[in-house]
Design a protein around this ligand. Structure first.
Ligand SMILES: [Zn+2]
Length: 105
């Protein structure tokens, strides 16, 4: 097993779960996986935060549109200040119907 620099512990013991968390690239995959997409404005005076409606996003961009930051962020605009510098955060689903935190036994 691969070990981290000299330390006697395995690298990322839960990497299987970690990889499972990031297995999406399109709008439709986010919807199917019950993910949540948050956008936040980078305008220092605004800092607006919003949870995006993935179904509306799919209608606008198509189900196969990439949700990687470089592909999606340029298509977004802050609904409060109109700024184009928008960051995105994708959260895995929580609760009984979705993702289970592997760190909690
Ligand atoms: Zn803004």
């Amino acid at each position: 097993m691969k070990r981290c620099d000299g330390e006697n512990v395995p690298c990322r013991p839960n990497s299987r779960y970690f990889l499972a968390m990031i297995r999406f690239t399109t709008v439709q995959e986010l919807i199917d996986g019950d993910y949540t997409l948050h956008a936040h404005c980078h305008n220092w005076h605004c800092q607006h935060n919003q949870t995006l409606d993935l179904v509306k996003l799919r209608e606008r961009l198509g189900p196969d549109h990439s949700v990687l930051h470089d592909d999606l962020a340029p298509k977004l605009k802050c609904s409060k200040c109109g700024g184009k510098k928008v960051g995105i955060i994708i959260s895995p689903p929580t609760g009984p119907s979705g993702w289970v935190n592997p760190y909690i036994k």
